[in-house]
Every structure is written in C-alpha cells, then in structure tokens.
Ligand binder design. Sequence first.
Ligand code: FAD
Length: 465
Amino acid sequence: MSTLQFDPNQLGYNADVIVIGAGVSGLVATWRLVREGVDVILLEAKDRVGGRISSGTFNGETYDLGARWIRSTATQTHQLAHELGIQFVPQYHTGESVIQLGKAQKRFKQRDPLFAPHLSLSYHSIIRKLNRLANELQQRNAKSVARIPILDAISFGAWLQQHCGNRTLRMLFTILTHVHFTAEPNEISFMYVLDQVQAFRGAQHVFALRPAHNQERIPGGMQRLVERLAQQLRTQIATDTPVLAIRQDEESVSAYSRGSSFRARYAIVATAPSIAAQIYHEPAMPAQRDALNQRVIMGRAITAILCYDYPFWRENKLSGFMLSHDGPASMVHDVSPTTSSEGALACLIVGDNASHWGAQPRGERLKALVSQLATWFGEETMAYRGMIERDWNSERWSRGTIGFMPPGSANFIHVMSTPVGRLHWAGSETANDWIGSIEGAVEAGERSAAEVISQLSNAGYLRRN
Ligand SMILES: Cc1cc2nc3c(=O)[nH]c(=O)nc-3n(C[C@H](O)[C@H](O)[C@H](O)COP(=O)(O)OP(=O)(O)OC[C@H]3O[C@@H](n4cnc5c(N)ncnc54)[C@H](O)[C@@H]3O)c2cc1C
C-alpha cells in the first residue's frame, strides 16, 4: 500500500475518539466515553454488533453460538446488565452429568465427579502446584518474563507430561483446557496458563471440574446485552465499515475503511490482537507491539446446537452436561429455551477436533455429534429437529474464539495494553483480570475509555454535558 494521504479539504475532526470494533469491549468503551460527553464514532467491520457474542435462531427460539456464560463473580458485567435492565438465569444443571475419559465414564451429581481416590488426589495436587507457581510469579511480578524464561519455553502439554504421570488425568486436563482455552495443551505457553490462573483467581477456576456450575446466561441470548448497549449509545455506529488502515500524527489519528475515512484525536482498537494485526499502520507499529500482535493465537472451536421437541434428558434425570475426551464435542450442555417447552443441547467442538470436523461436510458433523450424544442420552438423541452451528475460525473479523499465547511469547505480553501514540487498546485479551472472557472485555473497555478520558482532559478537550 502506498503512503496514506490526508484529505487536505478535511479540516476538522469527525469525532474526539474513534472506537474500532463493536464487540462488548468497544461498546462499553464507547458508552463510557459518551457518558463523559465525548464525541465518538464506532466503526464495526461486520453487519452487526456483538463480535464474539452472537446468536442464531431455530424455530423462533434464539441460541447463543458464541459466548453464553457469565460467572456469578463477574461483577462488572452484572453491573452493566443491571444498568441495561437485563436479567440472568442460572445454567440448568439439575440431575446427573457425565465425564468420559477414554473407556472410563464417570457420572456425577451436583458435586465434583468422584474419581478413584488416587486420581482425585493427583488432580488436587496439580491444582495446588499451579496455584503455587502462579502466586510465585505474581510476587516476583514476572510478567516481564526475562527472569523465568523456562516457564515460557514449554507448552502446558509438555509441563503436564512431566508433572502428571497418569494418562487418565492428562486426558482430564486436556478436556478442561479445551473448555477454558478452546485450544490444545501443546499449543499454549505454560507461562500463559499461569497468567490465566492469576487472572481467574486460582487454577480451580481455570480447570473447574464442573464448568457449568455457578454460571448464568441470558434468556433470549447474550446478544440482547450488546444490542441493548448499542441502543443506549446515541452515537454513530457504522457497521460494514472495516478499518483497513490507521494513520496517526502529532495531532490526530485517522482510520480508513473502504471509500471512507474518519479523523479524531484518539482511537481505541477493540479487537483481539491478532485481528488488529491485519490493520495497516502508518507510522508502522513499534516492533514489540507488532511482535505481540503476531503471537496472540486464536483458539479453535465450532459451536453446534441440536434442537429437540423437549428436553427429554431431563425426564431421565440427566442434566444434559457432558465432558468428553473422545469428541467430537469436548463439552455438551443444556441450553433449552426458558420461554418454551423446546429442548436444546449445545456442543463445543474444540482444537484439533474443530479443525478436523470443520473440514467435513455438515451432514457428517451432525451424524458424528448425534452418535456421540446417543451414547449417553440414548436413542431419543436421533429425533433432533435441526442443528444450527458456527465455525468461529471461518468467521471473518473473528477468526477464532479466544486469544492465547504460544510458548516463547511471554517477552511480549507486557505491551498488551500499552498505548501506541494516540492509539489505545481494548478487547478481552488486553484485560488484567478474567482475560478472554466477557468480564475481561468489559474491564478492558472501561480501562481504555478511562485512559482516553484522561488524555482528553489533560489536553483540555473534554467538554462536559
Ligand atoms: C464459542 C465461544 C464461546 C465463548 N464462551 C464464553 C463464555 O461462555 N463466557 C465468556 O465470558 N466468554 C466467552 N467467550 C469469549 C467472549 O466471547 C469474548 O471474550 C468477548 O466476547 C470478546 O469481546 P471483545 O469486544 O473483546 O471482542 P470481539 O467480540 O471479538 O469484538 C471485536 C469486534 O471488532 C470487529 N473488528 C475486527 N476487526 C475490525 C476492523 N479492522 N475494523 C472494524 N471492526 C473490526 C469484529 O467484527 C468484532 O465485532 C466465548 C467465545 C467464543 C467464540
């Protein structure tokens, strides 16, 4: 691309701030700025708001194909939902659940699955080890990695191989890695796993044996949250407007889309770093930031919802919750609508399984999922009425699920939220806590808006309403 030229006729600013990306993080940043009297333009590449929060419909019912769970401890998201008048309902988990680890199948009810005592002890010993290492890291403020390169030199899979002699237990940690990171243990830096342990207040939350426990969802889909947020904004949201290039100088920052350009005093990029890496910058990004953007890898997952006349598994005293090492789905859970008698099971196909099954025809994927479910839920599984699905790695402007860092990348993580000139960073991957989740996205949106408000205020540009 040749040097970007300013339009010399364009004298003024289109806004004080340009926000790029209308996922929950960009929407929250915009809302916060607008409330402070800041003029904002929100530019979104897709034809809808919400990003990785997205719903699909079947037979008039709405189902989450992206994020769906909020932890009861997610205070900022609860506060946001409260302000928007949105209620949560607890994830259904009454009845027996199942965990499949190769030939071993365990049922469990309300409490953690009862493994053989030695397995249970080893699980808790690994959790304690992870917590201890994460605490040590925190005390040493080791995000600047240089002091502990060894932890970043190996993958979580390699660490498990060294510290977990039991194959069944390694299978268990593989599924729990699928559920939390939507990636394979061998892909993720062990150092990054420890960062997540800090960010989620303990390994027992990252590798929870009952991931559905203490989770809530929004009846009618999580998309209601972002749509309601967008309605409140009373600012310009331009959808179908991918930002292809950004130019900044001492006075302004400009964003260029197809056939249109926007100029403001500051900009917030509210996308996952690897998606932000697709934007051309002038001047070029600092080497550290560019290296970081190149290293954040997006997790791989397909969400498939199987829809039924009614939640037949509940009659058999099953919760609909299943964790499986065999696949295709690593996790299945009940997402039946609360407003009708229909039943639905959400299946999450992750990592290598997502790559494999994403390349198969839809009919083959459906057949494989139904056959997996039938082993636990019985013949009635065959009587599905339909399936809706989303392959997140094929989704343009998302290209995956949740960003994670591969081995050898921790030297770059400390610039995750460091502004570059007039450019600030939001998006769930840039959060301090609850990284990669909706709560992290909300936190990053708030933080980036506060940074820009402070800049505008210091420069005397902030006009209070
Ligand atoms: C299948 C799945 C399940 C998940 N489950 C959960 C869950 O249960 N609970 C939970 O807390 N989290 C979950 N997550 C993670 C959660 O969805 C994300 O952390 C959160 O939604 C990210 O929000 P964000 O605003 O940071 O980014 P995004 O939602 O990715 O928003 C970024 C926006 O920027 C836009 N964009 C990208 N490039 C450009 C460009 N060049 N110009 C303009 N716009 C651009 C994108 O189109 C997108 O709309 C899940 C994610 C997936 C995919």
